[in-house]
Design a protein around this ligand. Structure first.
Ligand SMILES: [Cu+2]
Length: 264
């Protein structure tokens, strides 16, 4: 009897946690982020109903068949019931997974947008660097031998390539609001992870690979970019920011930063 009440109380408390506004996701700042949230909510409602039903049933069975001094009886179970709920679980699980595929594919498999702003993201122990192509719209060649962190050339932009002369590197990722952005994620040493909570994007950055990641931010503001893969002793300090700016502010920043570019 006490266990039945405890189970019902715990299920009720768990349910109540989901209805408080305090501990929830930060605001979503892209269409994909909102689609992820909507799908998450559907999944949560379906799973939540099943959870409440199962816990309620468990509490009811404990209460209904509690010890009242009656003779002990047993049950061999029901194969039909087991097949039914196993199939139902499989259908719900696969159905929800398939329903979410479209959102995932939209982020990871959709082709490049011709209007996209391309930014190279370099992860290394323990900092993020961002490279913009500059006025010519083309990234200069890189050469590992020319990497010079102290000299401001973490990417190793090749001094001999004219395309690299106007490449701009920055420690903060600045993008204009409403414009598609395509990041090209690279790591110089170990596996890192690029994570922006508000975009609901989280992507491993793997050495030897260039991984594209696309988003269009719909709200201006400053958002944290923490490395989310334990990458060494300084992992905790590997963080930077994503600054989503208005078109005008972005253009002004770009023009000013461009003037400060020193040739590698
Ligand atoms: Cu890292």
């Amino acid at each position: 009897m006490a266990i039945a009440i405890l189970i019902a109380a715990l299920a009720g408390a768990t349910l109540a946690l989901f209805f408080q506004p305090r501990w929830w996701f930060p605001e979503a700042i892209s269409a994909h982020a909102r689609a992820y949230d909507a799908h998450f909510l559907v999944t949560l409602c379906v799973i939540g109903c099943i959870f409440v039903f199962a816990q309620g049933l468990l509490a009811w069975v404990i209460f209904r068949y509690r010890d009242r001094g009656q003779a002990v009886t047993g049950s061999d179970g029901s194969s039909a019931l087991e097949i039914a709920w196993t199939s139902a679980t499989a259908v719900i699980f696969l159905g929800l997974a398939l329903a979410g595929q479209g959102i995932w594919a939209g982020v990871h498999l959709e082709g490049s947008d011709p209007r996209a702003l391309h930014v190279e993201v370099l992860a290394k122990q323990f900092a993020w660097s961002y490279r913009y192509a500059g006025a010519d719209g083309a990234f200069g060649r890189v050469d590992v031998k020319q990497i010079d962190d102290a000299g401001g050339n973490s990417f190793g932009i090749d001094a001999k390539d004219p395309k690299g002369k106007d490449d701009l590197t920055a420690a903060v990722l600045r993008v204009p609001v409403g414009r598609p952005v395509e990041l090209h994620l690279k790591s110089r040493d170990v596996i890192h992870n690029f994570f922006v909570r508000e975009l609901r994007l989280k992507q491993d950055v793997v050495p030897g690979m260039t991984i594209p990641l696309r988003f269009t931010a719909t709200k201006t503001g400053t958002y944290e970019v923490p490395c989310s893969e334990l990458c060494g002793l300084g992992h905790h300090q590997m963080r930077s920011s994503l600054v989503v700016m208005t078109e005008e502010d972005y253009a002004a920043w770009l023009a000013e930063a461009q003037q400060k570019v020193v040739l590698p």
